[in-house]
Design a protein around this ligand. Structure first.
Ligand SMILES: *[C@@H]1O[C@H](CO)[C@@H](O)[C@H](O)[C@H]1NC(C)=O
Ligand SMILES: *[C@@H]1O[C@H](CO)[C@@H](O)[C@H](O)[C@H]1NC(C)=O
Length: 374
C-alpha cells in the first residue's frame, strides 16, 4: 500500500481540465454493442493512437500491447470505449502503467467475454514493490471526470490493479481475479481498486480476489462503495498521513455498505501514519458488512502505521459510524476489534450491532466508541 500514494501522485502531472457540464446518457453494453458498426476498431496496438484521435466510439479488440509501453487511451470528450477479446501486455521490468485512461464524460464498457490480462504470474516473486524484479505498478490508471466504467474484467495484476484520480465517476461490475497469486504466496501489493484526490466516486457490484487492500481510499471526498465482495485481500481500507501536505491527508464523507470481505488479513480498517502531515478523516460509515474468517483483525483503526505501537495524533478521525458489522475471525492470533488512537485524535465514534466471533484474543482499544464495549 505504501508506494501506492507515491505512484498515484506521479499521475498528477497529467491534469484533466475542468469544463462544464452536460450529463451523458449511460449506455448499456448491448445497446452500445449494437452500434459497433459505427465504431472505429483497433485490432492491434499500432492502430490505437490513430483511432483514439479520430473517433469517439472506439472498440479495442484482442491484441497484445508490446512490452514496456503504456496503452494510452486519452479519450475525447463524450467517448464510448468498448473492450472486446483479450487485451494482454508483453512482459517487461518497468514501472508501467499498462493502461492509462483519461477523458471527460467518457464511458468505458467491457464486452461479455473480454479480459484485461496483466500477466502478473510472470512477475510475482514474493516481494511486491519493495524488492525483487521491477513490476509495472498499475494495470489501469484512470484520470477522468464525469464518466462510467462498467463490467471490466481484470486478471493477474503484477501489483496494483486499478488506480483512480477523478470526479463524478462510477465503477460497476468490476471483476478482478488475482487468485493465481495465492500459489506459493507469490503475489504481493496487489491492491485492487484505490482512489486519491477524488470527489464523488461510486464503486459498486464488483467481485475482487487479491492479496493487498481490496479498496483503498486516500485524500478524497463524497464516495460510496456498495455491494463489493472481496476475498483474500487486506481490507476495505482508508489510508492517511502519507503526505506531508496537510490537505492531501483529508478524507470526508465515505460510506461502505452491503459489502463482504473474507479470507483476508483484516476486514475494515483505517491506517494513519504519524510521520506525515496533519489531516482529518471525517464522516465515515461502514454499514452491513460481512467479515468472514479474517486472520488478523476484523476491525482495525490504528494511528501507528509504520511506527508500531506509537500512535500519532496528526490525523483526526471524527464521526466514524459502524452499523451491522458481523462475522468471524479465525486462527490463533486473530482479534475482533483493535483500536489504537493517538492522544485526543479520535472523537464521536458511534457503533451499533458490531458482532465478531471466533477471536481467541481480547479486543484491544485505547479509545471507546459509543455503542460497543471493548
Ligand atoms: C440489438 O440488435 C438486435 C438485432 O438487431 C436486436 O434484436 C436487439 O433488440 C438489440 N438490442 C438492443 C439492446 O438494442
Ligand atoms: C456524501 O457523499 C455522497 C456521495 O457522493 C453524496 O450523495 C452525499 O450527498 C454526501 N453527503 C454529504 C452530507 O455531503
Amino acid at each position: 500500500m505504501f508506494s501506492h500514494l507515491k505512484s498515484l501522485v506521479s499521475l498528477l502531472v497529467i491534469v484533466v481540465g475542468i469544463t462544464a457540464s452536460s450529463t451523458s446518457e449511460s449506455l448499456e453494453y448491448l445497446t452500445a454493442k449494437n452500434l459497433t458498426s459505427d465504431y472505429c476498431y483497433a485490432r492491434s496496438y499500432a492502430e490505437v493512437a490513430d483511432v483514439v484521435k479520430r473517433c469517439t466510439h472506439i472498440c479495442i479488440e484482442n491484441f497484445e500491447v508490446p512490452a514496456g509501453v503504456t496503452l494510452q487511451l486519452n479519450l475525447q470528450k463524450h467517448s464510448v470505449l468498448l473492450i472486446e477479446g483479450t487485451i494482454s501486455f508483453g512482459v517487461a521490468h518497468w514501472d508501467g502503467p499498462l493502461m492509462y485512461i483519461t477523458g471527460e464524460f467518457i464511458q468505458v464498457i467491457g464486452g461479455t467475454n473480454h479480459l484485461i490480462h496483466g500477466r502478473g504470474e510472470q512477475y510475482w516473486d514474493g516481494n511486491g514493490g519493495a524488492a525483487g524484479v521491477t513490476k509495472p505498478e498499475r494495470v489501469m490508471s484512470i484520470n477522468a471526470k464525469r464518466g462510467s466504467f462498467k463490467n471490466i474484467n481484470i486478471k493477474n495484476c503484477p501489483m496494483f490493479c486499478v488506480s483512480i484520480i477523478g470526479t463524478d465517476l462510477t465503477f460497476s461490475g468490476f471483476n478482478i481475479d488475482n487468485k493465481d497469486g495465492f500459489k506459493g504466496g507469490l503475489a504481493k501489493n496487489t491492491d485492487a481498486m484505490g482512489f486519491v484526490y477524488s470527489d464523488n466516486i461510486l464503486i459498486e457490484n464488483s467481485n475482487i480476489v487479491n492479496q493487498d487492500d481490496c479498496i483503498n481510499i486516500m485524500a478524497s471526498s463524497n464516495a460510496v462503495i456498495r455491494n463489493v465482495h472481496c476475498w483474500g485481500s487486506h481490507g476495505l481500507s482508508f489510508s492517511s498521513g502519507l503526505s506531508n501536505t496537510d490537505e492531501n491527508n483529508d478524507i470526508h464523507n465515505v460510506t461502505f455498505k452491503d459489502c463482504s470481505i473474507g479470507g483476508s488479513l483484516n476486514g475494515i480498517h483505517i491506517l494513519t501514519m504519524p510521520s506525515g502531515g496533519r489531516g482529518k478523516i471525517s464522516q465515515i460509515t461502514y454499514r452491513n458488512i460481512n467479515i468472514i474468517d479474517v486472520t488478523q483483525r476484523a476491525i482495525e483503526f490504528r494511528q501507528d502505521y509504520l511506527r508500531n505501537g506509537q500512535p500519532g495524533n496528526n490525523i483526526r478521525i471524527d464521526d466514524l459510524t459502524l452499523d451491522n458489522i458481523y462475522g468471524t475471525v479465525t486462527g490463533r492470533s486473530a482479534v475482533g476489534v483493535y483500536i489504537n488512537c493517538g492522544d485526543g485524535s479520535c472523537s464521536n465514534w458511534n457503533w451499533r450491532d458490531v458482532r465478531i466471533t471466533g477471536a481467541k484474543n481480547k479486543d484491544t482499544c485505547n479509545f471507546h466508541p459509543n455503542g460497543y464495549s471493548c
